[in-house]
Design a protein around this ligand. Structure first.
Ligand code: ADP
Ligand code: MG
Length: 327
């Protein structure tokens, strides 16, 4: 297999037809038409083997996740996904791996009619860089910087599952503390949240014009809400008992571990957003109807940084902040 055969394998699976793709894979550059009145939202994320996924993760899941983490960034901006490019570095020309990778990428791309329009294919340690492009009406993007004192803080879906899934993988067959009842099905549902995250694209669109600030949770709630706080020049208070958890997470660990995973575990790819109190009821109703509800978890206050409180109002220490490279 040569480079061009591998590119053909990818193109056959991922280069969807779209009106706005005037020229896709095959020339020196793609030619793309942005709809009038819209701004292009662009975001890049890299997955490195051994850092962002364990060696041995299936190619399908790597393909899915490499796109999912990028779509999550578009969701957090309130953008509609349209196109992607893919820079793929492979240790060898393993066509079986590339086929399954492209199938995983295409499975998620198809849900959003997203077209792969170009990329680069090189040899080296396994690494995948995806750049996504989406549209947002001029002036309507959801920024990190709009949170105001008095706004409520919300998250979509549930938190902590992906971090628990990672623990399941790392510990193999060993049963983690407090999880004697964790069944195989439960472990598998947690691992699936880690390896096949669902980008909250529809929810991001529903937040346009209503949320004051938004971010996707890739590094952990405390760290990512911290980014909203510093960009907005405000603080946030989180009520730890209000954090939404799946029944799988409750089956996996005790309350303290559960809260730690929800506050600091990465890879959830839920949206954390703020909105004026008055927006709350209609916004929550619309999100529930979109297929993924949201939960109110705290409030924006004057000051700096994120503080967490238990049911009696006592401070909860966030043991571990979010993931950082070069730390
Ligand atoms: P060039 O040498 O001009 O950079 P390449 O030979 O690298 O072009 O790529 C040929 C075509 O295939 C280009 O249109 C490029 O965008 C596309 N391409 C290369 N690798 C990938 C990939 N991994 N995924 C999608 N498209 C790719
Ligand atoms: Mg090239």
């Amino acid at each position: 297999m040569h480079e061009f055969d591998l590119i053909a394998v990818i193109r056959d699976r991922c280069a969807a037809t779209r009106e706005d793709v005037r020229l896709g894979i095959g020339d020196d550059a793609a030619l793309l038409a942005v709809p009038a009145g819209h701004i292009l939202a662009v975001s890049t994320d890299t997955l490195v083997a051994g850092v962002h996924f364990q060696q041995g993760t299936s190619a399908f899941e790597v393909g899915w996740k490499s796109l999912a983490v990028n779509l999550s960034d578009l969701a957090a901006m309130g953008a509609t996904p349209a196109w992607a490019t893919l820079a793929l570095t492979l240790p060898d020309a393993d066509v079986r791996w590339v086929r399954q990778f492209a199938d995983g990428f295409a499975a998620l791309a198809g849900e959003f009619k997203l077209a792969l329009v170009g990329g680069d294919t090189t040899q080296g340690p396994l690494s995948i860089t995806v750049t996504v492009h989406g549209f947002v009406p001029d002036g309507a993007a959801l920024l990190r910087s709009g949170a105001r004192v008095g706004d409520a803080v919300y998250v979509t879906g549930t938190l902590g599952d992906a971090a628990a899934g990672l623990r399941c993988l790392e510990r193999g067959q060993e049963v983690p503390a407090g999880s004697a009842t964790a069944s195989v099905a439960l472990r598998e549902s947690l691992i699936e949240r880690l390896q096949r995250p669902t980008p909250r694209v529809a929810q991001g669109l529903a937040l346009r014009g209503r949320a004051s600030a938004c971010i996707d949770i890739s590094d952990g709630l405390a760290a990512d809400l911290g980014h909203i706080c510093s960009a907005s020049g405000v603080g946030a208070e989180i009520d730890v008992e209000s954090l939404p958890a799946s029944s799988a997470l409750f089956g996996f660990c005790d309350a303290t571990t559960c809260h730690a995973l929800q506050l600091s575990g990465g890879d959830d790819y839920e949206l954390c957003f703020t909105a004026a109190e008055a927006q709350g009821p209609s916004l929550l109703g619309d999100l529930a109807r979109s297929g993924c509800g949201a939960t109110r978890i705290g409030r924006i206050v004057a000051g700096r940084g994120v503080s967490v409180r238990d049911a009696s109002g006592n401070p909860v220490v966030v043991l571990q902040s979010g993931w950082e490279h070069f730390r």
